[in-house]
Design a protein around this ligand. Structure first.
Ligand code: NAD
Length: 255
């Protein structure tokens, strides 16, 4: 018999950062569908609000706030708001990521451009942990999931800021998983290959073909497939895995 309690998120408080679009919006909707109250945070406050409204329209519970992971104060204020409204935050999913400069080798990338990607993808992820961990430590329960990328595992050329910071994120999760392993808190990452989002629709057909040809399933993933994996990673049932980077690559990364 299936123990639905292990996958249900009923009566749990969740914060989804980067919930304004793409993977974050899909994750927020699925968590709400599984019973969580979801606090949607995004740099684009109106987009976060739209995701929350779409959840409420389906009788879910959601709130939203503007919050920028590159700005400690704005992120802290969003988290305080979530704790204030939900009481306990059991789940934090960080979906924020920017690609930064593309199509240039490392020597052609400006330090300011590199720093801008670092501030969001890696420093921002560290800050998300800093907001969530003291709260979860007090309650000796928490599930944190960060969305990394296969670029962090394989090192995609000509996107140095992205590849480097996503690899850093995977390293951070490995270390933090061990740090909090005895506190009822799991911290994991997810490394998707290319996922069909609005961004992919703007790419030339040959670029999309190049990316999907490397995937044994010969297609991009969907945001719903990413959300399914994230919902499992933050469920009570996912209790003996921490510091790990889950794969979501249609068979491309078998390690
Ligand atoms: N789409 C893909 O093919 C793919 C593949 C692998 C990994 N990823 C990763 O998945 C995550 C989500 O990707 P997506 O395709 O849904 O992206 P997206 O651009 O559609 O959504 C990202 C969201 O993050 C928000 N955001 C950006 N900077 C922010 C900041 N500083 N503070 C708060 N919010 C901010 C954006 O407003 C947006 O709503 C990213 O980390 C990305 O690197 C995506």
């Amino acid at each position: 018999m299936i123990d639905v309690e292990r996958i249900s998120l009923h009566a749990q408080g969740a914060v989804v950062v980067g919930a304004g679009g793409g993977i974050g919006a899909a994750a927020a909707r699925l968590l709400a569908g599984r019973g969580a109250s979801v606090f949607c945070v995004d740099r684009d406050g109106a987009a976060a609000q739209q995701t929350a409204a779409s959840i409420e329209a389906r009788s879910g519970t959601a709130l939203s706030a503007q919050g920028d992971v590159a700005d400690q104060r704005s992120l802290a204020s969003a988290f305080e708001h979530a704790v204030d409204r939900f009481g306990q935050v059991h789940i934090v999913i960080n979906c924020v990521g920017v690609q930064g400069p593309l199509g240039r080798r490392s020597h052609e990338v400006g330090l300011d451009e590199f720093d801008a990607v670092y501030a969001i993808n890696l420093r921002g992820a560290f800050l998300v942990g800093q907001m969530a961990l003291p709260h979860m430590l007090e309650r000796q329960y928490g599930r944190i999931a960060h969305v990394a990328s296969i670029a962090g595992k394989e090192g995609n050329p000509n996107m140095i800021g992205y590849s480097t910071t996503k690899a850093g994120l995977i390293g951070m999760v490995k270390a933090q998983g061990k740090e909090y392993a005895e506190d009822g808190i799991t911290i994991n990452a997810l490394a998707p290959a290319v996922i069909r989002t609005a961004f992919l629709d703007t790419q030339p057909a040959e670029v999309v073909k190049y990316m999907t040809d490397r995937i044994p399933m010969k297609r991009p993933g969907s945001v719903e497939e990413v959300a399914e994996m994230l919902a499992w990673m933050v469920s009570p049932g996912c209790s003996f895995t921490t510091g790990f980077t889950f794969d979501l690559s249609g068979g491309r990364a078998t390690y």
